[in-house]
Ligand binder design. Structure first.
Ligand code: WTA
Length: 648
């Protein structure tokens, strides 16, 4: 992939029609904004914070960096996110559809802004009835149904902190997150649709809480009526009828700009997943600005982000961003290939989607399974196509551009992270000439640079660590319960600049090309997984002495999981062994963490001080030549053996 990206030289210009109507119409206009932010950093942010947010009480200071790298934005400003996402649209958009939901079975639900107001308030009143107060943590483990978005907004209404856990995570992974967040409530639903089948959700919560956790007072269940479940005495409550009886008015709690908006767990290179904390004011501002700049949202748009709300993309670009700018947000529960690979294109046609946002993995699957399928549908409503989560290879970019966008749409390849809250590096659809495979340039107000290991600035096309050199409003505020980890992970490379964990290079035109993770994180189908997390799971298998996991290029997933395993006793039946490893990993983390390749070995290559040589393992997995000197290893002979080994 990197090879083909290095050779990529093509440039595609935005469709003039699109530029004409766009908020930022040219690179000149872009440069002006960039210069403004450079010359008057606080003035720039002050302008947009005043223009975009209805502060209940104005802030006193734009940025407080006295405790850097713990930054405070819009100090002492007061607001509530749900007023922006709902209340302020009511005078003009009461009957406009806010959330358009469709599930795999074809069931459709349209929720107007007026209805959303009532349902969020009812849910918020229900939370209050169960004793939830400002600052309490509520874990949401649900399928992609409107009640998930409603529950999030209900938390935001009363200042409770939600932590959504992706419903593909296992009971153990869920338990870890509930425990770390010390959650008072868990909200779930009976089941969800996926690939034409119903999968259990509530029973995973039961498994996670088999040994009760002290903090959890109640489990609230929204029953869709698609999956039977058990009720645990004194803990479980089915909320459907109670919800309907709740008052439809609920005063929003006035929050401080720096109050915690939510926690979302994400994987790092060491230890357990960390709870990324976002702050109310800054997060909201950047959600609004990126919706306006990157998706250029107008009143007649139909916006569809296909992510799962369990990840940051769904938080910012299904729930908070689209609703804050008053557009219609489409929410789909299911996979892109059910009942066939035309499902998404059919929905684009049916709902006249104008802005469509998905992941390279999905594009690769659809391109592979049914490359001509988009031609069967009328996709002429589309204006902007987005990608997120992993680098997109130029071939897939071109297929997306030609077959889905009919060469008329801009492609916004948006680079960002759970920690950044919203887009950081991305083309502007009406302005930026696009190069397939490059996320292009930082958005106005964002300062990105690439540094070498010694802290010096990388030269043109020289790969290095991608860093953000100035704070930004929607940046991570802390790691929940672990401020040391916040500093160590993100701010220990070079002064108070933010280390992203990605490798990148900047080309002769100042375009940024993301080269992949610089740390021990693997990006599988756009899902972040720590190698240590997967290793700890594998090591729980009774017949595993030791293991090491690395990423390897995968045709569909972008990156796949390659596991080197040292068994205690050599297994007789390899297939059985592999299945049992998959089972352990699925139990510990979830099916997304199952290894794609397993190599059994009698030892792992180690230095004399006992450190596993991951770089060597990465080269072996990739079938590349080993550039390191292996003579200093404790066991150099193992390298040759590993090169010969066939994965199971
Ligand atoms: C990767 C997802 C290349 C990157 C929003 C980052 C990308 C990690 C892109 C964050 C992109 C995200 N091009 N790589 N356009 N977008 N990444 O926290 O490695 O789930 O660090 O946030 O995904 O993943 P996360």
């Amino acid at each position: 992939m990197i090879e083909s990206v290095l050779k990529e030289k093509r440039v595609f210009y935005p469709n003039p029609e699109l530029s004409k109507e766009a908020r930022i119409k040219s690179m000149d206009e872009y440069e002006k904004l960039v210069e403004w932010a450079k010359n008057d950093f606080e003035g720039f942010w002050d302008h947009f914070a005043k223009e975009k947010i209805d502060w209940i009480k104005p802030y006193k200071k734009v940025l407080d960096d006295s405790k850097a790298p713990h930054y405070k934005w819009f100090v002492d400003g007061k607001l509530n996110i749900t007023q922006h996402c709902i209340d302020r649209h009511l005078p003009q958009k009461k009957d406009k559809v806010a959330i358009l939901f469709e599930d795999e079975m074809g069931n459709v639900e349209e929720i107007t802004y007026g209805e959303l107001y009532e349902r969020v308030n009812q849910f918020a009143n229900l939370l209050k009835a169960y004793g939830v107060k400002k600052g309490d943590r509520v874990v949401l483990y649900m399928s992609m149904i409107p009640e998930l978005a409603i529950a999030m907004l209900a938390c935001a209404r009363i200042g409770a902190i939600h932590s959504v856990v992706f419903a593909g995570f296992s009971a153990n992974a869920l338990r870890d997150r509930i425990e770390d967040a010390n959650a008072k409530l868990v909200i779930t639903c009976d089941g969800g649709y996926r690939k034409g089948k119903v999968h259990n959700i509530k029973s995973v919560v039961d498994e996670a809480l088999k040994e009760p956790l002290d903090s959890v007072e109640k489990v609230l269940i929204y029953d869709r009526g698609i999956q039977k479940f058990e009720l645990i005495d004194n803990r479980d409550v089915v909320i459907n009828s109670e919800l309907k009886e709740m008052e439809k008015e609920c005063e929003p709690v006035i929050l401080d700009s720096e109050d915690i908006a939510f926690i979302l767990y994400t994987s790092g290179s060491t230890g357990k997943p960390k709870g990324v904390q976002h702050a109310v004011g800054g997060y909201l501002l950047w959600a609004i600005l990126t919706m306006e700049w990157v998706f250029d949202i107008k009143d007649d748009d139909m916006f569809w982000c296909t992510a799962d709300i369990g990840w940051i993309t769904g938080h910012t670009y299904i729930v908070y961003g689209p609703l804050a700018v008053g557009t219609t947000s489409i929410m789909y529960e299911g996979v892109p290939v059910y009942p066939d690979a035309g499902r998404w294109w059919k929905m684009v046609e049916k709902y006249k989607v104008t802005k469509f946002y998905t992941a390279p993995t999905a594009i690769r699957i659809l391109k592979k399974v049914a490359p001509d399928e988009p031609k069967k549908y009328d996709l002429s409503s589309l204006r902007i196509l987005g990608t997120v989560g992993e680098p997109i290879d130029p071939e897939s970019w071109l297929w997306y551009y030609e077959n889905v966008g009919n060469k008329k749409c801009s492609i916004v390849d948006t680079w960002w992270q759970t920690e950044t809250g919203g887009h950081m590096i991305s083309p502007l659809p009406g302005a930026t000439p696009m190069k397939p495979g490059s996320a292009t340039k930082p958005l106005p107000g964002i300062f990105a640079e690439v540094f070498l290991e010694d802290g010096s600035k990388a030269g043109v096309n020289e790969g290095g660590f991608l860093c953000i050199t100035k704070p930004w409003p929607s940046m991570i505020r802390d790691v929940w319960g672990n401020p040391q980890r916040y500093k160590k992970t993100y701010f220990s490379f070079k002064g108070n600049i933010y280390l992203t964990g990605d490798d990148a290079r900047v080309d002769e035109d100042g375009y940024i090309w993301i080269m992949g993770r610089a740390d021990d994180v693997i990006n599988v189908s756009g899902h972040r997984l720590g190698t240590m997390e997967i290793e700890s799971a594998i090591n729980k298998h009774p017949n595993v002495a030791e293991s090491a996991v690395v990423g390897k290029h995968h045709e569909i997933k972008g990156e796949g999981i390659f596991a080197f395993i040292v068994p205690r006793e050599w297994p007789e039946n390899l297939e059985e062994f592999k299945n049992s490893i998959n089972e352990v990993v699925t139990n510990e983390i979830g099916p997304i963490a199952k290894p794609d390749w397993i190599v059994l070995t009698e030892a792992l290559p180690k230095t004399r001080s006992g450190k596993i040589m991951r770089r060597i393992l990465r080269a072996i997995a990739a079938g590349e030549e080993i550039k390191q000197d292996i003579s200093t290893l404790e066991n150099p002979e193992i390298v040759e053996k590993l090169k010969e080994a066939k994965p199971i």
